[in-house]
Structures are given as structure tokens and as C-alpha cells.
Design a protein. Structure first.
Length: 364
């Protein structure tokens, strides 16, 4: 009920607040910046990470060969593609550099379901906005899982031409070859894939806590926080494995931070065990988020390049053998807990949306 009221409030705000631009921060809050005109996008636009403006229908035509290739390389069905619609728009009203093509399609291959996904792709083929809607579970999002899931698709892209020119879906081939690679570069790539999933899970740790404490007045159980301790111990091990590329000084700083974070998680678990709901929220969304995520991401003693560690690693992922175009749960996609199958279907649809985008006049 609380989430429904928030969604209704957000709809009203978007209809009256001028040119609202929404930015979802890690704690799950919304920052709104107003300009001079009301939001005039489609109703489903409010479910995207960046609501679209000046939305107009756009023609979409898929010949049988292209449709079959998209199905092969994404896992969606013919029925999903037949129901796909495309629009033009932009994610900032008066900024043509944010022009996107918006692809909207069923999010599941089960006939009759109402789940929908929306993807905005810019002229360079990069995803700049995503969202899910159509069912009560998605729109209430009582665990803040789907919100976190949608944000991991930002800046994803894929090589449409080479993908559609392939006669088989080669993603499993890539993954199997990587698992068999015992060379230093293969080991590092595997660690980075794992690390990326852990980072998304950490974002859920924060967002889920915020949702429950702020809007439902409850806190996750202590066992839930204690389960994350194993993840942080694993991150310390990964830091050791990455020392050859980030430098021993940065790896040491990372390890020291995880030790502090483990103690902090235990403190949060104890607060939850004592029923201190507000204290749990404060410890996680303020103290933990700032000290853990902020300090680790901001490590500058690494040897990759200038800037902080988070940006430096992201900029080098492809070079280091870590692809972002698999769209496979447990590999390069973090799934919503207990919703692995639905998460994979949504990931399939988003990959298909990128292929649809690229099939239309080469994305022009």
C-alpha cells in the first residue's frame, strides 16, 4: 500500500512539476530538478530510470530473417517481437544530445501476462534508461529489487552487426572458454565478473534496507545482514586477486575497508536483532553507504589510470576481458533475489531491444 501511494504521488508530481528530471540514488531516494514545463510523456515513462519527453511513435519493421536472428541471440519469442513498439524521444526535454529510440515490449514469454519492459537507446547504441511495469509486483516493488535490477543496465551496449551475423548464439561458448582459462588474464576476468555481481548485490543491500525501513517501518532480519558478511570476505579475496592490475597499495586499501565493513554489518545485524529499526536504517543508508561504497569507489592509489578506482575499472572492463553484452543472470546480470527466472526473461528482452534498435536503419 505504501508503495502504491508513492507511485500515485509520483504520477501527480510528474504531471504538475515542470520538466522533472529524476535521479535515483543508491539509497532509493529521488532527487527532482524542475524547469518550466510539465511532464508530457507516456504514462509508462514514469517507470523508466529517466522519464522520456517529446515521445512520438516510430515505425518498426522486422523481416522474418531478422526476427529469427533476434530470437536466436536473445531468447525472446516471436510473440514478444510482434508486440514490440518503438518511439522516439529524449531523456532531457531541451537537450537533443539525449535523444533516444524507445523500445517497449512484453517482458515475458508467457502469453497474456502484462509485464512490460522499456529501453531507451541513444545514437551510439548505449542504453540510457530502462524500466519495468504492468504488474502489481513490479509497480509496488516492495523489496526495491526491480529498481536495483533496472539500474545495472545503464551504459550497456552490444555489437549488433556482429551479433546478428552469427549463426549461433555464442554467449555460452564465450563463458565456457572463460571458465576453462587458467591463464592470468582469464583468472582476472572471472574475478571481475564475480566482483560486478557482488557490487550490484551490495546496492540491493542498501536499497532494500531503505525501502523497508523508510516506507514499511520494518528492518530486514539480522540473519540477512550476516549473510552479506560472506560476500565481504569474498571481496577481500578478490582484492588480493586483482592486486596485479590495481596495484598492491589499492588492494591493501580495499582489504582494510572490507574488514571494517564486516564489523559494520555485524553491528547492523545486532541492531536488527534488538528491534532498532531506525538505527538499522541510519547505519546502512548513511554510515555504511558513505563509508563502504564511497571510500572503496574513491580509492585513488590504484595504478590503472587517473581518477577513482570505480571509474578506472569500469573504463577498462572490456580490455580486461569482461563483457557487458551477455545479459545472462549469474554471469553479467545480477538477479532480483528469488526472481531469477523473471530476471532472466527481462534481461533477454532488454538484449532483444538493443538488437531491434540496431536492426532499424543501422540505428540512425
Amino acid at each position: 500500500m505504501a508503495r502504491r501511494m508513492r507511485m500515485q504521488t509520483l504520477k501527480r508530481m510528474l504531471s504538475i512539476v515542470a520538466g522533472a528530471t529524476l535521479v535515483v540514488i543508491l539509497s532509493g531516494g529521488l532527487i527532482m530538478k524542475a524547469s518550466s514545463r510539465p511532464y508530457d510523456g507516456p504514462d509508462w515513462g514514469i517507470h523508466l530510470t529517466a522519464p522520456p519527453y517529446d515521445v512520438l511513435p516510430s515505425s518498426l519493421s522486422l523481416d522474418e530473417t531478422t526476427r529469427n536472428l533476434i530470437m536466436l541471440h536473445s531468447g525472446v519469442t516471436a510473440e514478444q517481437l510482434d508486440a514490440t513498439k518503438m518511439y522516439t524521444g529524449r531523456t532531457r526535454r531541451d537537450d537533443p544530445t539525449t535523444d533516444v529510440r524507445l523500445i517497449v515490449m512484453p517482458g515475458t514469454n508467457e502469453p497474456g501476462t502484462e509485464a512490460r519492459i522499456g529501453v531507451g537507446v541513444n545514437a551510439q547504441g548505449v542504453i540510457t534508461t530502462t524500466g519495468f511495469w504492468g504488474t502489481q509486483e513490479l509497480e509496488l516493488d516492495l523489496t526495491n529489487g526491480w529498481n536495483r535490477f533496472s539500474w545495472q543496465f545503464r551504459i550497456r551496449t552490444l555489437d549488433v552487426d556482429s551479433t546478428l551475423n552469427g549463426s549461433v548464439d555464442a554467449r555460452d561458448v564465450h563463458w565456457n572458454e572463460l571458465q576453462a582459462n587458467s591463464e592470468p588474464d582469464g583468472i582476472i576476468a572471472k574475478l571481475l565478473y564475480e566482483h560486478r555481481l557482488l557490487m550490484n548485490a551490495n546496492g540491493y543491500l542498501i536499497g532494500h534496507t531503505y525501502e523497508l525501513v523508510k516506507h514499511q517501518g520494518i528492518a530486514p532480519p539480522p540473519e540477512w545482514y550476516e549473510s552479506y558478511i560472506a560476500s565481504y570476505k569474498r571481496m577481500a579475496e578478490i582484492a588480493d586477486g586483482l592486486s596485479s592490475i590495481i596495484g598492491e597499495e589499492a588492494a591493501q586499501a580495499y582489504r582494510e575497508r572490507t574488514v571494517i565493513d564486516i564489523a559494520k554489518l555485524q553491528e547492523v545485524a545486532e541492531a536488527s536483532r534488538r528491534g532498532e529499526v531506525r538505527n538499522v536504517g541510519k547505519l546502512i543508508t548513511k554510515s555504511f553507504r558513505t563509508q563502504s561504497c564511497g571510500s572503496c569507489h574513491g580509492i585513488t592509489s590504484h595504478v590503472l589510470e587517473t581518477g577513482d578506482l570505480d571509474d578506472a575499472l569500469k573504463a577498462r572492463m572490456v580490455e580486461l576481458g569482461v563483457r557487458g553484452d551477455l545479459f545472462q543472470v549469474g554471469r553479467d546480470i545480477w538477479p532480483v533475489p528469488d526472481q531469477e527466472a523473471q530476471s532472466q526473461e527481462f534481461a533477454n528482452a532488454i538484449r532483444a531491444a538493443l538488437l531491434v534498435w540496431g536492426s532499424q536503419n543501422d540505428g540512425d
